[in-house]
Design a protein around this ligand. Sequence first.
Ligand SMILES: Nc1nc2c(ncn2[C@@H]2O[C@H](COP(=O)(O)OP(=O)(O)OP(=O)(O)O)[C@@H](O)[C@H]2O)c(=O)[nH]1
Ligand SMILES: [Mg+2]
Length: 255
Amino acid sequence: MPSWQGRALTVVPTYNERENLARLVARLRALPGDIHVLIVDDNSPDGTGAIADAIAACDPGVHVLHRAGKLGLGTAYRAGFRNGLARGYDFLCTMDADFSHNPQSLPFLIDKAASGYDLVIGSRYVRGGTVVGSPPLRKFISYAANALAHIVLDVTARDCTAGFRCYRRQVLETIDLDAVFSSGYSFLVEMAFLVERAGFRTGEVPITFVNRTEGASKISKLEIYKAMYTIARLRTSALPWDRIVAIYHGRLDRR
Ligand SMILES: Nc1nc2c(ncn2[C@@H]2O[C@H](COP(=O)(O)OP(=O)(O)OP(=O)(O)O)[C@@H](O)[C@H]2O)c(=O)[nH]1
Ligand SMILES: [Mg+2]
């Protein structure tokens, strides 16, 4: 029996995940608590969308959102959240389809959210968290992105680039999802920042992140530049612009 009360949904964005999807959904649906699954597929050329439809046809706890083409990880999460909110879920989780995030860890995230945390992150960088099989360059990029977010944005979550998460419904109702500008991977940093800035409580649960063994990575070098842009833009938007403008005009008036 799960310790949480309420309905949970896991949003799984997919792009070319035919080797992983059926196994992943089976593992998720075998978890306690009848956690529902929403697959957001971007018209994957490898036929992942058709596999998703076949799974959903046999299980009322599995839903599929089809989008016309590859529109980015961030917008896939956003579409999933809107759909999940409209259908009344209390906990809206996200995870990758490639088994980097172990389905067995998902109930621990929901448990922690139910215990009073508004956003819970499955974290590689808290005590007990680890990374298995990632090349050194990949580890460095992840570490650097987190360090930048901590130093520049004051985000306190140790792993603010992780896609294994559980949001309480209230968080996603409060944050203006239309105003989130990141469409790709940096959506994760932006959301971590916005959640903390809105005064919500973020918690982390240690996980073992395993680099994918099936299928190809979708992350491109461009995402690194986009992440830097996101961090710079969020920092700029968080400046006290009203005071800056007032000081500027005050100086002009004295001239
Ligand atoms: N719907 C949708 N899903 C996406 C898109 N880009 C990535 N994904 C999915 O998002 C999840 C994370 O993508 P990955 O390619 O595993 O990215 P990653 O984990 O940073 O990279 P690897 O470590 O190389 O696996 C996977 O489930 C992908 O299939 C997209 O544009 N649209
Ligand atoms: Mg992955």
